[in-house]
Structure formats: C-alpha cells, structure tokens
Design a protein. Structure first.
Lengths: 282, 432, 293
C-alpha cells in the first residue's frame, strides 16, 4: 500500500461487497426457489426465503420427473454431462500432447502442412460450421451417441497450441541428456516431458472440463434420444411444459445440479486454473 | 400396467421371431402427452403379433422434423414421423420422400373410408383433389377461455364475448373491476391472423391459401386483418389486451387470474383445468359482427403423421395397420378426452357424446362445434405455405413491433407480407 | 521458430499427429468445405432438387434489410457486452487489487460464475426478470414501471446483455487482476511520491499499462458475444421481440434448423467465418507485436 486513506479502503470494501451481492443474487434466488412447491410460482413474487420442499424437489428431479418436459432423470443427464466433459477434456489433452510433441520434436515431410491444418481450427468455433458438421455426424451414424457428442468437439487447436508453446520452452539440454542416456522418443516423453507438463495438464483439464460440461448447441442438435441429454442442454427443454406453467422450483433444482460440478472444480483448483487460463492466452 | 404390456409385447415378439415387423415412429410429444403416446403404442403392440411399433420422442416439432429430414438424407429415416401443420408444404413438396396416406391405405387396408374423418381436419392435409396425404393425429383449434370469478366480479354474464365488438365492453368491464389485463393470447399468428382470416372468410394467401400451387402470395395484409390488429394494438395500450409471448407463455397469466380471458388452443383445456383454482368457461373464438354475419369455421393446428418412403416393402402394411388402430373410435375418443385434441373421426365424436364426456366436462365440445357447424370454404380449409416456419416468425416479429408501438398495424403487416412473399419465392425456387 | 534439437524417426511422428489430423479433417475441414459448397446452392430440405446458383445466396442475404438488422443487432449487443463486462470487471479488479486483507476471499467469490454455462445464466436471469413473478419487475412496478421484455425490445436487450455479462464478468476479472498484479509497485509508488492522487494515478499510469490486456479481452469478449451467447438468446428471447435480439449466430440456427433453408444458412456461416478469421488475424497481429516487444 502506497499510502493509507481509510475512506478509500472503506469504499473499496463496499464496492466489492456490492459486486459480490449482484453476482450472487441469481444464485440466492435459485437456491430459495428450489425449496418451494410449484404452486409458489403461479403469481405474485418470487419467494425470498427458504421453503421446506428442497428434498422433495431434489428427489423429483433426480429420480424421474413426469411433470417436466423430459422423461429422463437428472441423474442420467448428470452422468451424460460427466462423460461428455471427461472425454472431451481427456481426449483433447491426449491428442493435442501427441500432435504437439510430433510437431516440436520431429522433422518430417508434411510437418508444416499438418501444423496449418490443425491451427486453422483455432479460428472457427463450432457454431459457424454447425450445419455441415451435423450432416457429417449424421452420415457417420453418430447421432445420439457419446462419440457424436464428444469427438467433433475434440477437434480444436487451442490445447495443441498451448503444449507446443510449452514444449518449445523446455531446454534442449534435457533432450541432449536423455539422448546420452540412450532414451528414445517415447521414453523421453514419458520420463521427462510428461512430469514437466503436470501443472499445465491440470490447469488445462479444468478449463476443458468446464468447456465440455457447458456445451449447449451441439448436444441440442445431435441428441434427439433423451437417454443422451446432457443436463445443461436439458434446462431449456424443462421450460417447455405441456400447459404453459413453468415449474421454476424443479428447473432451479436442476440448474443448481447443473452448475455444481464445474463450480466445485473451479473453486477446488482455483490457483491452478487461474494460472492456466492466463497462460493459455499468452 | 405399462410394464405388463411391454412384457407381453416382448413375449409376443419372442414367440414369433419371424413374423413381427418393427417400424420406427418419431414424435414430438413430451411430458404427459408423450407418456400417453407410449401407452397407445404399447396397447397397439399388445393387440396383435405381427407389428411392433417403436415410438421415440425426438424433441419439439421443428427438432423432430429437422431430425427426420436429416435422417432421410443419410438413409436412416423412420417409417412414421409426426410433423406440425406449418411443415406440411415442405413434406408435400418432397414427393419422392413421402408415401401419401390415401395411397398407403388403399393399397394395404380394406375399408378405408376418407369420409369417416372430419373434413375440417383432413382438408388441411389433403392434396388438390381432396386426397389425404398424412394421417391426422393431434389437431386443435383456438377457443376463448374465461375466468368466471372475474366475470362475476365485473358484473358480466356467464359467457365469453361472442364478437370482438363485445370484447371492447367485456374487456373494459374487467379493467373497471380492478384487473390489469383483459385478455392475453397464445400463438398470436395462428389465432389472430390465420384463424381470423378463416373465420371471416377472407384469404390468407392467394391460390386458395396456397393449396393450388407454389406461386402463392400472402394476403394477410387485407382490410379485415389490419383492422383487427389495429384494434388489438389499441387494446394493448389500454390493457384490454396484454401480450405474453409467441407460444403459450400466457397460460400462467390466465391461471394466476391476472388476465381474465385467454385465447388459446382447445388442447390447452387439460392445463387450464389442472392449474386454475377458479371456475372457468370455454367459448368460441369471437368474430367481427361488422365483417361477417355468420362466421366461418376455424382452422386447425397441431400435427399429423407422415409415412416416409425408402423402407422395406413389408413395413408399409404394418404402418397401415397402425394407422387403422389409431383411427378406431375408442382409441380416438380416449385420446381426445385425455388430451383435448380433436377426435379425427365422426365416430369418435359420437362415442364421446354417448359416454357423456361433453355433458360432464362443459366446454369440451366448443371446439368441435366451432369446427363442424359450417362447411369449410377455400378460405377456411387450411393453409399451405412453403417456408411457413419462417413466415410465422416474420409475422411474430411484425406483431411484436405493433405491440411495442414501433409500427402501425398496416405498416407492420405490409412489411411482413413483403418478407413472407420473399420466403415463398425462395421455397418455390428450391422446390420446382 | 527457433531451431530445436529433434528426434529422427520415420513413422512415429505420423502416428502421433494422426488422431488430431483425422478428427480435424473429418469434423472440421470437410464440413467447412461443405458449408462453402452449399452456400452456392439452392436446395430443398430433402435434397431432391439442387441448383448451383453461384453467389445468389450471398446477394440475397446482403440485399436483405433483415440481414443488416441482424448485423446491427449483433454489433450493438457485442458492444454492450464487451463494454459493460470489461468496465465492471476493471472497476472491481482495481478495488480487489488494492485490498490487503481478504483479497483472495473476494477473488474466490467473484470468479465462480466462470464455471456457469451461458444457458444457466440465462435461465437464472430469466426468472429474475419474469414479468409475472420476477423480483426486478416487482421492484420496478413499485416505482411505476411495467417491465415486459417479451413486448419491449430495449428491455429484451437489457435482459440478454445482463445475463451475458454476468457470465463473462469473471473471465475479465481474472485477467485484469493478473494484469494489475504484473504492474511494478515501484512505478505507482514513484507517482505517489510525485503527489498524484489515486484516481489520476490509475488513469495516467495503470490504465495505459493495462491496455494490452484490455485489447486482448476486447477481442475475446466480442467473440464471446458473437458465438457463445447463442444459448442465452435461445433460452430467453429467441430473437424477439420483433427481431431485436436476433444475432447472426441465432439467425444461422433459425434459418438452417427451423427454416430448413440450407443455402441461406450456409451462406451466413461462410460470412461468419470471414468475420471470425478477420478477428483472429487482428488478434494474431497483436500477439506478434507483443512477442517482438
């Protein structure tokens, strides 16, 4: 602190608390809403204090929910989301480490071409090529499958880019030393590069897990079988009820379930994640 | 119960490994309606040994249709797909993809008689010679629901406004009684333009509302429509009308008693009954006395079942058999009474009457009467527009710009008509 | 690229790049090529009649006032999402940076919305703004204002902007905090000794040093507003009322998946690709500059 100005410090704390209040308001209301019966939302104003239906709502959502727009349980959808997030996160890390390793540590014909083909995907989010990608997935018969949910989203270059930057910063002396010890490319990767990358992998995992978990448009398009619904995409569908009455209590229960896993991951790995996020963009 | 039936049908399938033909049926009925469809299919599967129908829910109407078309393009199409009414032109134009129901039934079903079906329902889905192209499944028509308690408080009689002229006085009385909202609506384009045109026997589009060809132009910017939307805009300012959204978001405002009247699909009956704790009444959709003495029938909305080509030959007799089952009076009457959708055969109407359903559930026959009291004209048979989903969107946008005061009714409808015609030209171009 | 010591191996590198290359080719290069090809076609939904029309779809789009409306809507929306999101994040980051006690605690409470999906943000704010039961319309009605974002386009825009900003705030915050912490204390102390008051110090010394971060965030926010907010719009306004919240990406979805107009939808995808590539090139230029610096 350069100087001490009590009123300024106070203003800072007040502003921060104000910011936290605004940020948290929707969550507060969601938590409260999840504890009331549906009838509390017909008219008037949202309840501001907790009711006594939390367990009832949770059970209704987790087991099965005839009253909602989908007939599959939230448990199943949480599982689907988990599978999708894990496969995307792990898959991206694995294939991008492999390709980054090849591009940085080998010289081979077509290397430059591979580099560009992969890096061009940096530019295009899935949203702009969604229609033809959908057709490809349909033609491959991958609609309504975990493979269709995940594989097309693994094709992105951000992770490869990150590992490439990192590998290039690894001192050459390590490679020379490994060579003298007679280590081949696979042993060098396993014994030296992999341990060095541990922090990067962990940070990237958080980011990619959230990326996978929060996917919306893609699962919305390629899952028509409820058994493959993810919890994030299903939230919108829950709002289309038969009779126009929105069961806010059940929707909010589902919403809280949908954001809990990624929020926990972020908070648990806060330090790594913040570091990883910032380094990813350098 | 459902499990037993399922077990039975599975057992039947094992017993006769050779015989059973499996057909795929994609539908867009979620929630309670979806469970009802599952039960109907299970009953059918249990009723015979030759056919097993696999029903699967494929999201909302547009998702189901898009999914089926994409599947067709990659050769994975279902045998039967449920398509909403605005998708009719797209399906019809794809002659190589669809198996018209009248041909299917003539080929594989004896005793198929098209005149057994409600003409106001089948007319919407028939070709220019009146032949049924798809099997009606869930059809509804707009009616007006009113809150009896609110009417009582406002000193109004126990009936909805018969005419839109009357809406003026009814709505004002409701506001005077302390309500903020006289009426709200669901599906504004369907109710306040498409059905408005039919009810007043004015065209919505040229070429007999598009039935006679692809070179159709919309005409919903006529005097009757402009006058109605203009009046609605004034009502929106005064509170007699209040806008709630493009689909049925207005339901909760009627349930809660905030709005005293609600123009909505007849299929909304079950929801209204389940969610209101006041007495409510159902009446026919109002009309303008100044425009027409005897109002025309209203047109339907909802969806039909289309048969897709490209399956093995033995699938089609199976599809015909399933359609026969769905058309049986008891099956139809049950579906009608459960869901509020119209029965599709006259026999089912009679059966429902005999069972005393209309007497016990006042208001449930309003839609039927409104549909069948007069013979449909070219203007009230239905609509057949290409790119209709986009046109609905264009109309929604136009009406919203009227409600929020950005444009006059005339300007907004003229603009919407111009944009709709562009969509029709694009469709004509892609399908010629 | 500096010259690195490398392995010599004939087969291994190909095996290593193969998975990523195959996925890229099948799910990226091929579909992108398809989009390009389809943008030159007029086709019915089932694919029975296909006509090659050169640039007609593009001409139709660019002469359609609705498309320009959508461009304008996207631009206005992106501006507000980026501006409000970054301004608030900068303000709170500047506050949190100076706080000695509890800085970490504040950070934790401010960064978690990063993990929330855009659609979840949308549903939360939709409930808060629901005209019949929402808190905010209720409070507004106390001061005589009737909130109805279904009928009022300005209110609809406010809703989608708030929901989008709420979700993106944390990301901006994390980067501004990192940017602020990288500024040498000695610089600020020197200014303080010169007698500059905190507010002036911020604008004259801190802010210029933050401008690379701010520029980077601007690009990220614009890309976010373009693409990731699809979920927000799909779950709340669906482009309405009128077409006041129909962004370019939402229009691609609507025309392609609901309207089944493949030619127009593909042409829109191609135009979007051009926009994204431009943004990426701008960003790369900036990154290059930073590297040289």
């Amino acid at each position: 602190m350069v100087e001490n100005r009590p009123w300024l410090t106070l203003t800072r704390h007040i502003l921060l608390w104000l910011g936290i209040a605004v940020i948290s308001l929707p969550i507060w209301v969601a938590l409260v809403a999840a504890t009331h019966p549906t009838s509390a939302f017909v008219s008037g104003i949202l309840p501001l204090w907790f009711g006594d239906q939390a367990v009832t709502n949770l059970v209704a959502v987790l087991s099965n929910d005839g009253g909602l727009g989908v007939s599959v349980s939230a448990t199943r959808m949480l599982w689907n989301s988990f599978v999708m997030a894990m496969v995307i996160a792990v898959g991206k890390i694995v294939i991008s480490m492999m390709s980054a390793y090849a591009i940085v540590y080998f010289r081979f014909p077509g290397r430059q071409l591979c580099f560009w083909l992969i890096f061009i995907t940096l530019m295009l989010p899935v949203e702009v090529r969604i229609l033809p990608t959908y057709e490809v997935v349909a033609n491959l018969g991958l609609l309504n499958s975990y493979a269709g949910l995940t594989i097309p989203l693994i094709a992105s270059a951000t992770a490869t880019f990150l590992f490439r930057q990192f590998f290039m910063s690894v001192p050459d002396s390590l490679l020379e030393a490994a060579r003298i010890d007679g280590a081949g490319p696979i042993r060098f990767f396993k014994d030296i590069l992999l341990p060095l990358s541990a922090n990067n992998i962990a940070a990237l995992f958080v980011i990619l897990f959230i990326y996978g978990w929060n996917q919306y448009l893609w699962p919305l398009l390629i899952t028509t079988d409820e058994q493959y619904y993810t919890i994030v995409m299903a939230i919108k569908r829950l709002m289309t009820s038969d009779n126009g009455l929105i069961p806010w209590n059940l929707i909010m229960t589902t919403t809280i379930l949908a954001m809990l896993p990624p929020v926990i991951v972020v908070l648990a790995m806060q330090k790594l994640f913040v570091k990883g996020l910032i380094e990813q963009e350098k | 119960m459902k499990k037993t039936l399922l077990a039975l049908s599975v057992a039947a399938g094992i017993g006769q490994v050779q015989a059973a033909t499996e057909i795929e049926f994609w539908h867009a009925m979620g929630g309670a309606l979806g469970e009802k469809v599952d039960a109907m299919v299970a009953d059918f599967n249990a009723s015979q040994d030759d056919v097993v129908v696999n029903a699967s829910y494929r999201g909302n109407y547009s998702e189901t249709m898009t999914g089926a078309i994409a599947a067709f393009r990659s050769g994975e199409q279902p045998d039967i797909v449920q398509v909403y009414e605005v998708g009719t032109a797209t399906m019809m134009a794809a002659e190589g993809a669809i198996y018209p129901v009248y041909q299917l039934m003539e080929e594989y079903s004896n005793g198929f008689d098209q005149s057994a079906y409600l003409s106001t329902v089948t007319g919407y889905y028939a070709d220019e010679n009146g032949n049924m192209l798809s099997m009606p499944f869930n059809s509804s028509t707009p009616v007006l629901y009113y809150n009896k308690a609110a009417f009582d408080a406002a000193g109004l009689p126990d009936r909805g406004p018969k005419t839109w002229e009357e809406m003026n006085t009814f709505g004002q009385a409701i506001l005077d009684a302390g309500y903020d909202c006289g009426f709200t609506t669901a599906w504004q384009s369907w109710i306040h333009l498409e059905n408005l045109s039919a009810r007043h026997n004015v065209p919505f589009a040229t070429n007999d509302n598009g039935f006679a060809g692809l070179d159709t132009e919309v005409e919903f910017n006529g005097d009757v429509q402009i006058a109605h939307i203009d009046q609605m805009a004034q009502w929106h300012d005064s509170g007699i009308f209040s806008y709630s959204g493009r689909t049925s978001e207005g339901s909760s405002r009627f349930y809660s008693g905030e709005c005293a009247m609600y123009t909505e699909s007849s299929a909304g009956y079950a929801g209204v009954r389940a969610n209101t704790d006041f007495e409510f009444g159902v009446s026919q959709l109002p009309y303008w006395e100044s425009q027409i003495d005897q109002p025309q029938n209203t047109i339907i909305g909802g969806a039909t079942l289309w048969t897709l080509r490209g399956q093995d030959d033995d699938h089609y007799p199976a599809v015909a058999r399933f359609f026969e089952y769905l058309s049986q009076p008891d099956v139809q009457a049950d579906w009608h009474q459960f869901s509020g959708y119209l029965p599709i055969t006259y026999a089912a109407v009679e059966l429902t009457k005999e069972q005393g359903f209309y007497a016990n559930n006042p208001g449930t026959d309003v839609a039927i009467n409104q549909m069948t009291s007069v013979a449909p004209t070219a203007n009230s048979r239905g609509l057949r527009l290409g790119n209709f989903p986009q046109i609905r969107g264009i109309i929604d946008e136009a009406l919203e710009s009227v409600w929020n005061g950005d444009a006059s009714a005339e300007r907004a409808l003229n603009r919407a008509a111009r944009r709709s015609n562009e969509q029709l030209r694009r469709f004509e171009r892609a399908n010629r | 690229m500096h010259d690195k010591s490398v392995f010599q191996h004939r087969l291994l590198p190909y095996v290593l790049v193969a998975p990523q290359l195959i996925i890229t080719l099948v799910f990226f290069i091929w579909p992108a090529g398809q989009a390009l090809y389809q943008s030159f076609l007029v086709e019915d939904a089932f694919g029975f009649s296909t006509e090659f029309v050169w640039f007609e779809n593009f001409i139709y789009l660019l002469s359609d006032p609705e498309y320009w409306t959508s461009i304008r809507v996207t631009a206005v929306f992106s501006f507000w999402v980026a501006f409000v999101g970054m301004a608030l994040a900068l303000l709170l980051a500047a506050m949190a940076d100076k706080v000695i006690r509890g800085s970490r605690f504040y950070q934790t409470l401010l960064i978690w919305p990063y993990a929330v999906a855009p659609v979840v943000a949308a549903v939360l704010w939709l409930m808060l703004f629901s005209p019949s039961i929402g808190l905010l319309p209720f409070w507004l009605s106390k001061v005589g204002y009737q909130w109805n974002h279904l009928a009022n386009s300005v209110e609809a825009n406010i809703l989608v902007i708030i929901a989008s900003v709420w979700k993106q705030f944390s990301y901006n915050f994390i980067f501004f905090i990192a940017g602020l912490q990288a500024i040498p204390r000695s610089l600020i102390e020197a200014a303080a000794i010169d007698g500059a008051r905190p507010f002036r110090r911020f604008w004259q010394i801190v802010f210029p040093l933050l401008s690379p971060t701010a520029f980077f965030l601007l690009v990220v926010n614009v890309v976010y507003a373009f693409f990731e907010t699809f979920a927000v719009i799909h779950a709340t306004t669906q482009g309405g009322p009128g077409n006041s919240t129909k962004t370019l990406v939402y229009k691609v979805f609507e025309d392609g998946f609901i309207g089944l107009d493949l030619g127009s939808s593909s042409a829109q995808s191609v135009l979007l690709m051009v926009i994204v590539i431009t943004l990426t090139v701008v960003q790369f230029r900036y990154v290059e500059k930073k590297v040289q610096y």
